[in-house]
Design a protein around this ligand. Structure first.
Ligand code: F0G
Length: 474
């Protein structure tokens, strides 16, 4: 009997390591999922030039492309949407949002923007000029893109443990403090900003400890370099701190969030993740009034007037509520356990993953699953394409394909880690969906050696993976 025969839909992994925690909500509105045949999927992929971003969502069965903007809003959020004040200036939602940011983060100032990368676009040119450097535990791709667009260089200094995907470490998202100190000792004058990404998306949705954040904050203060938190998944990070850093096991999520954010000068946030809205972003500033003035000056021409910042009034209302729903401990308990259930299931059938499981996604180690495909033939993208062909499930590459060509040499860079990322949208899929994903991987594992690499035939200079065209290597 093949492994996947055992994993019929409905097969339950509760005898394994992970328990599925029941949804702390019931479902009021549903969307149908379409079924496709393998022949259809082959045709769709060809039409999409083997770029999963170019697929129509109706051709996808379970969509694990991203957890960004794909969460299900609550009845409270939808109700608030109806009350949205659409005034150009001074809308009620702006003040509700300001109150929520002050309460949760203990930050004095905030600026709404339309999404995370807009926050980066507004903020980074204030800190970074051509020739300067941004240091981070890891820059996400848009973050790296905006550092580059400001004329600066993005340097990742993630800890060593992040690369050992099969080995447990509680905080694989951490900054490597020794490398940070070395870099600053040699070239502090060039460093315009330090960015801590919580959780560390590109390293596998891995958390950063409060101890690490504290140490980075002290170093940043010593060199008088501003510390920015990339706060997309701030609540999941706080939950991991509560679980894994003994000092904080009795602290509330909100208290941990405040403790983290007091260590930084400001934050950029894609609110499409932990704040569970379909569109929205934020810049938060702890106390620097002068910085806030500069942010406002940039926001008006780039995003719109300061009290709406590229969002509709109703979006501001939903976001003010979503920030609280995202830090609800019952929700976080279910959320993190759901991701873990998927990860443990995959591990049980021998799929190599970044371990322990991340907060928002499972990252499959494609270098290990497909060792016969070299990085310049994009193993993580090849695996994502195979998963779609096999099952209609959409995922994405977080590896060499996602990295743009070296801006100086024009050469293909090799990613530190080669992942196929399976993101779980918030409050969207159930246990049976997760079992179907595990089943698809069991089939893929059996024919892993036959999976072939891809080459790029067309690409943009920045953030190429969204629009590149590929071809299978014969
Ligand atoms: N920072 C991090 C850590 C992110 O994961 C993202 C987006 C952004 C910034 C940019 O935010 O999309 O609202 O402009 N990540 C999504 C993802 C796209 O799929 O991981 P955005």
């Amino acid at each position: 009997m093949k492994t996947y025969d055992l994993i019929q839909p409905g097969f339950c992994y509760t005898q394994g390591m992970a328990n599925y925690v029941k949804e702390p909500f019931r479902i009021k509105m549903v969307e149908p999922l379409m079924a496709t045949t393998r022949e259809e999927r082959e045709r769709y992929l060809k039409e999409a030039h083997y770029n999963l971003f170019a697929l129509r969502s109706e051709w996808v069965s379970i969509d694990l492309l991203t957890d960004s903007g794909t969460g299900a809003m609550s009845s409270a959020q939808w109700a608030a949407m109806m009350q949205g004040d659409e005034s150009y200036a001074g809308a009620a939602g702006y003040y509700k949002l300001e109150e929520a940011v002050q309460d949760i983060f203990n930050y004095q100032y905030m600026q709404p923007v339309h999404q995370g990368r807009a926050a980066e676009k507004v903020l980074f040119p204030i800190f970074l000029k051509p020739g300067m450097v941004s240091l981070s535990n890891m820059h996400f791709d848009t973050t790296r893109g905006h550092v580059t667009l400001a004329g600066a260089e993005a340097v990742d200094l993630v800890c060593e443990e992040a690369r050992m995907t099969g080995t447990y470490a509680p905080f694989k998202g951490n900054m490597d403090l020794e490398r940070l100190k070395d870099y600053l000792a040699k070239a502090a004058a060039k460093v315009g900003v330090i960015i801590m990404t919580l959780t560390n998306n590109s390293a596998g949705g891995q958390p950063v400890s409060l101890a690490n954040l504290k140490a980075v904050s002290e170093i940043a203060k010593e060199y008088k370099i501003p510390l920015v938190i990339d706060a997309a998944r701030f609540a999941e990070n706080a939950y991991f701190i509560k679980q894994r850093e003994p000092e904080y096991k009795d602290a509330s999520i909100k208290k941990i969030v405040r403790a983290c954010f007091q260590l930084a000068d400001c934050f950029t946030m894609s609110a499409k993740k932990d704040a569970i809205v379909n569109m929205g972003g934020l810049i938060g500033i702890r106390e620097d009034r002068e910085l806030f003035e500069k942010v406002k000056i940039n926001t008006v021409p780039m995003e719109g007037f300061i009290t709406y910042g590229g969002l509709a009034g109703r979006d501001l209302e939903a976001l003010a509520i979503g920030l609280y729903e995202g830090i609800d401990p019952n929700f976080l308990h279910y959320r993190i356990a759901q991701v873990e259930y998927l990860g443990e299931g995959l591990k049980e059938i021998g799929i190599p993953i970044q371990y322990p499981c991340g907060g928002h996604a499972i990252f499959v180690d494609a270098r290990e699953l497909l060792p016969h495909i070299p990085y310049y033939e994009f193993p993580a993208q090849a695996l994502a394409l195979e998963l779609y062909l096999e099952s209609g499930i959409r995922s994405c590459d977080v590896g060499s394909y996602m990295l743009d060509l070296d801006p100086e040499t024009g050469e293909q860079l090799e990613a530190e880690m080669e992942f196929t990322r399976l993101c779980l949208p918030r409050r969207v899929y159930t246990q049976a969906h997760l079992d179907e994903i595990i089943r698809a991987f069991a089939k893929i594992k059996e024919k892993a050696e036959q999976i072939k690499g891809y080459k790029i035939i067309e690409q943009a200079p920045v953030l190429r993976h969204f629009t590149a065209k590929l071809e299978p290597i014969k």
